[in-house]
Design a protein around this ligand. Sequence first.
Ligand code: MSP
Length: 636
Amino acid sequence: MNDTFYVTTPIYYVNDKPHIGHSYTTILADVLSRYHRLLGEPTFFLTGTDEHGQKVQKAAVANKMTPIEQCDTTVVRFKELWKKLEITNDDFIRTTEPRHKNVVRKILQELFDKGEIYKAEYAGRYCTPCERFFQEKDLVDGELCPECKRPTDKIIESNYFFRMGKYQQWLIDHINSHPEFIQPDFRRNETLGFLRKPLEDLCISRPKSRLEWGIELPFDKNYVCYVWFDALINYITGVGYGQDDAKFAKWWPVSYHLIGKDILTTHTVYWPTMLKSMGVEQPKTIFAHGWWLIGSEKMSKTTGNVVNPMEMAEKYGVDAFRYFLMSEMSLGNDASFTEEIFVTRYNSNLANDLGNLLSRVVKMIGKEAGGIIPAPGAEMEHDKELRETVLDAVSAMEATLLGMKIDRGLEQVMTAIRAANRYMEKTAPWKLAKEKNTERLNTVLYTAAESLRIISGILSPVMPAKMCEIRKAIGITDNQIDINTLKMWGKLQPGLKVVDIGSLFPRIDVKGEAVKAAKSAETVAVAEDLITIDDFKKIKLQTAKVLEAEKVEGADKLLKLQIDVAGEKRQLIAGIAQFYKPEEVVGRTIVIVANLKPAKIRGVESRGMLLAAKDGKTLKLITVDGADFPTGCSVG
Ligand code: MSP
């Protein structure tokens, strides 16, 4: 374990209000920070805003404000949102603050003095409407802007350049010798791919005649600094670089720079080479997550599908929103957001599973044990099973938080919650009460309440306020959670008084009547869609063994399986990559539709289809594992 944990989010542009993408990274950083604090590690969490450059200047003009007025107005939207979302950042850095600007100037001057920055004439094609430079080779029909297809102008401009190119080989070597430096692995390959072409020097200035809103270069007042060169430096100015050496030494190098996949090059090429030329140590890990798509569409203002996190939190609750984002996105891949997906997960995981467990345990203790957590008697098989499942979920959550696979940890906690609900049904405490079997009744009630103590503790980094409510409901008033007490069974004190806090996650009635109407129409359609036994017999279901599995390149959801069906080798493409790692399916005996017409999926041949059960957003393979079945057996 590290002795300190330092995590950052990108600093967000203040040209517009925050959207779901911004809230995702910030919540992720918050969950990691809360978890590392729970582990007892000194933790520093930095977020902030990127306030210079073209985008902000343009927004200011559109809003009839000065650039700083634009920043001051918009930064409030971010700060208010982080407060609403219970974000526990230790600092918030704005790039217009003197503590940042002064250090950026100092760095620029030092690099200029060392010859790491030089002036040169730059000839290129400039698109005035897009306000961007392009290289000749990227133009359409030799002269049109590749973005807006309008004519470009030839511009010869003097600018300042950072000698980025000379660090190319060093960077490739660093990436190769530090596999944890860029994560996930496929993003590392993306950067290495980018580095296969010669790395050019980076233009780090903009003439004031074109852009005024930026940090003035200390060695030439006719220029401002390129916004990325200024912005990346926030990660060190935010922890005292150039101002407070002890503070900087305490937190740097950063444990995680969390970023979205679109800003990979700036973070894994520009930033490391900048640090190298400054003589500053490299970040430990730069982790790029995927994007939130709206349904299957890119989110965009023009389409009008931008999700406002403030509205979501207000409508469905902050903790439910945090939980959804953490459980729905498998880190690294894209995920889909729609209110329907949200409500399905909410109703199933939070209302049905967790909310229901709390309410039945508290009610039962209220009714059958006078509202007091009873002392348990001897442990029996069902109790032991639940204890082990709950403690396993604690280890899984810990491992997946450290391994950046949070969605999987949460899935395992949900499995433990469902096990606790089943435990209540199997042990039937209401019957034990009727039979006056008090010792057994007490053990069951204690076991269920103790499960809730541990589950609420382990979920607290994701849903801090709601998990506090669970603790209150089972009589715990102290809100200091220590990870060690979550790994130990039996820490819940008998004698605590339970409190009925009402419904923790009230079920959401999805658009009431509209849904009911749709459902009844569906029932009729289903009734009319009945098939005969002969229809069914046309489908050949067979067992098959998975010999090999790998991801399909460029497709987040697909696994390519090599299977054995009664001695015949086949290849099958399955949309299960978000639920199973390749190594998790190898060796399993699955069920396939063997006589499906072969098809090409993303250009890869697939012969057959596997069966899996799907509930909203969880998926489980249908297998005959453990039964020692040969492959090729018929299923039906
Ligand atoms: N200011 C730069 C970052 C500088 S960091 C030194 C910037 N700002 S941004 O406001 O445009 O974007 C910030 C982050 O939002 C990026 O990580 C980007 O990936 C993320 N997202 C933007 N749209 C997104 C989704 N639809 N989904 C998830 N995150 C996305 O870039």
